[in-house]
Design a protein around this ligand. Structure first.
Ligand code: PHE
Length: 341
């Protein structure tokens, strides 16, 4: 009888460890431990046993019962674990899967160059100022010694909103605005980056472009200060070997006036297609502040002097990055823009 119990236990165990779900476990439980189960059946035969043997067999039967209950519980646990594990696997994220990349924006090359220009002049003690893009006739022209009907207005045809309001054609009106605000204080050292507008529509001009204006006013500021400042800028912007040259020119608000060239960044001054074989590239207009401009904004031209310049940012950016078509800055061609990440 003991043997029969042990064999039965072994058989039951084998089925338990192979059971696939709790339904099957229940079936096994009923089959072995239930009221009509196999253990019960075996124990029913106890009556035929020697009374001395009965407690021994009873003990074993109880042990087998306990063992099977335990084995069933263990298997139930394992099945639960496996089910939980399977659910995790189903629900979990695969963190090694490459994500959907977020496209990140970045500054436009014009912004980059403008920031660099700002940084260079700030390093020389200039402060950044701002002015309105919608400007009055007075600041855009009159305060700069360009009265109505002056032929110099033809150089800068603009977009008028009214007789008196226009989109500024240059950043120079901020010269007058800054001086009016500062007078009588000295020194003035400002740069003014910003957008300007002109009625140009050919391939090498845009109706909107960017300038950086510079203005320095103090006692005894001379043309050599202007030249030294611009030379230092050119070398920081384009490299230590840079040269500059001033060519006589005309602006109503400076006297004397000059166009300022830098030695050609492509051929280093030897002469090439970009500089038209001259070895020089024009990047800005400049000059000494005109006495009339000082007087209109409240400074005494006998007591102070100053220089001013206006730089074309697109031009500088084209030279810096070797871009040969101005329109590349405005057509939003990502193949070009992404190179400035
Ligand atoms: N405002 C002038 C232009 O746009 C440039 C300039 C600025 C010239 C300051 C002299 C002094 O053409």
């Amino acid at each position: 009888m003991q043997e029969a119990l042990r064999k039965m236990e072994e058989a039951a165990r084998q089925r338990i460890v192979k059971a696939a779900d709790s339904a099957e476990l229940k079936e096994i439980k009923v089959q072995y431990l239930g009221k009509k189960g196999e253990i019960t059946r075996i124990l029913r035969g106890m009556g035929q046993l020697d009374p001395k043997e009965r407690p021994v067999v009873g003990n074993i039967a109880n042990q087998v019962k306990e063992n099977l209950v335990q084995a069933l519980r263990d298997r139930e646990e394992i099945l639960k674990d496996e089910a939980r594990q399977a659910e995790y696997t189903r629900e979990s994220l695969d963190v090694t899967l490459p994500g959907v990349p977020l496209r990140q924006g970045h500054p436009h090359p014009i912004t980059l160059v403008m920031e660099e220009v700002k940084g260079i002049f700030m390093g020389m003690g200039f402060r950044v100022e701002d002015g309105p893009e919608l400007e009055t006739d007075y600041y855009n022209f009159a305060a700069l010694n360009i009265p109505r009907d002056h032929p110099a207005r033809d150089m800068q045809d603009s977009f008028y909103l009214t007789e008196d309001l226009l989109l500024r054609t240059h950043t120079s009106p901020v010269q007058a605005r800054v001086m009016e605000k500062m007078v009588p204080e000295l020194p003035i050292r400002v740069i003014v980056p910003g957008k300007v507008y002109r009625r140009d529509d050919d391939a090498t001009h845009s109706f909107m472009f960017h300038q950086v204006e510079g203005l320095a006013v103090d006692q005894k500021i001379s043309l050599s200060d202007l030249k030294g400042t611009l030379l230092s800028f050119a070398r920081q912007m384009f490299g230590p070997g840079q040269k500059i040259r001033l060519r006589p020119s005309y602006f109503p608000f400076t006297e004397p006036s000059a166009e300022v060239d830098i030695s050609c960044v492509m051929c280093k001054g030897r002469g090439c297609r970009v500089c038209g074989s001259t070895g020089w590239l024009e990047i800005l207009g400049a000059g000494m502040v005109h006495p009339r401009v000082f007087r209109m904004s409240g400074y005494d031209p006998e007591a102070v002097t100053g220089f001013a310049f206006g730089m074309g940012v697109e031009r500088v950016a084209m030279l810096k990055y070797g871009i040969d078509d101005l329109r590349m800055f405005y057509v939003n061609d990502l193949r070009m823009l992404r190179q400035f990440r």
